[in-house]
Design a protein around this ligand. Sequence first.
Ligand SMILES: Cc1cc2nc3c(=O)[nH]c(=O)nc-3n(C[C@H](O)[C@H](O)[C@H](O)COP(=O)(O)OP(=O)(O)OC[C@H]3O[C@@H](n4cnc5c(N)ncnc54)[C@H](O)[C@@H]3O)c2cc1C
Length: 389
Amino acid sequence: MKHGTIVCGAGIVGMATALGLARNGVKDVMLLGPATKLPAIDRNTFHPRVYAISAASEAFLSTIGVWSLMNAERITRVEAMEIKGDAFGALYLRAWQAAQTSMTWIVESGEIERVLQQALKVYGVSWSSDTLESFANGHGRTKGGQEIEADLWVAADGAHSTLRGLVGLKYDQTDYDAVGVVGHLTAEFSHQATAFQWFRPEGVLGVLPMPDTDDGHQVSMVWSLKTAYAQTLLAMSPERQGTELTESLAKATRGRLGQLTLRGSLQGFPLAVASSPMIGDKVALVGDAAHRVHPLAGQGLNLGLGDAQALVRSVSARESFLPVGDPTVLRRYRRARAQDVWEMRVVTDGLKRLFDQTLPPVPWLRNAGMSLVDRVPLIKRLMIEAASR
Ligand SMILES: Cc1cc2nc3c(=O)[nH]c(=O)nc-3n(C[C@H](O)[C@H](O)[C@H](O)COP(=O)(O)OP(=O)(O)OC[C@H]3O[C@@H](n4cnc5c(N)ncnc54)[C@H](O)[C@@H]3O)c2cc1C
């Protein structure tokens, strides 16, 4: 069957792309991929994965009509960031220092997925929950035996993209020999709408604010740990995991949030930096299919939503005589994304490498640099504005 555009992959980026295209008048869009099954939740249970959503992503999700559908009680506004070096360095960024009310929002992945799935249904976007198995010259075949073709194919099928592989686009990937270990914690003290980050010898630790529940104050942890230690931790029994984590977090956070206790279970995600050419013949790549960055800046999904927005713009604003997958349209999309994707990769990779260095005087210099920046209001304002973009 022939379609105008097929978006392959129904993760957050794929769903946002399909919805954005359809809502901007692009005809005959089909979403291909299984919908994520969302577990039942209540006011005391939260999805295991949370994202720091930037103002730009919030604006895009608003324009496609889903931001206001999310349950406001499950979203946490981040008003400040505290970043600590691996010695004396410290940096405190507060939204009011740049005349803003918030820097970013912490949202559960399941909540974004829920509203996107709902909006796609309400908007009547065609959706096949099959998976792509083979592809050549604009023609695809699915696991369920469907033969499909389209003028434009969008690869939104994640880091291990089948479509990208079948098209033969290169994916330059460097593994960090680290695993992002994530889990929710009960904190003894309130987070006061602050996101925390500690650059530690064992890896970068991020602690994000979450809504309080009947069990007390809640935060979410993302700790990039060396693979060997992460695997040992993930293989422990839940009881040992809890004790081990409470002890190591006490050391890492120096009691900033009081005692931290694990809620539920831990999950691990292998970390890598990767990039691919963002376009091929009648093919555009979005999200993790196109690039991966270190989660220390919490920007992977934001980059993907930026891709979705840029692709929607390039396709919907094309001249009426151009087909959706025309090389001119795709080149405009690639140009629109080049700088943001490059900058994010260089900054996150550079920061990670800077804090991996143990040879003097690098540790002293990086901590001194952080404390110096903390005393210069102009640089701080620029950093707050950049963090809120
Ligand atoms: C520990 C950690 C913490 C992070 N924290 C943040 C954060 O705070 N903020 C942030 O912005 N980002 C964060 N990220 C990054 C973020 O998780 C990813 O960038 C984002 O989830 C990528 O979304 P995606 O839709 O591109 O890919 P995915 O979520 O991987 O979705 C791909 C979809 O494609 C489908 N699929 C796969 N193969 C096929 C096929 N053959 N046919 C059809 N469908 C297929 C899959 O089923 C899936 O639904 C973090 C990452 C890690 C590892």
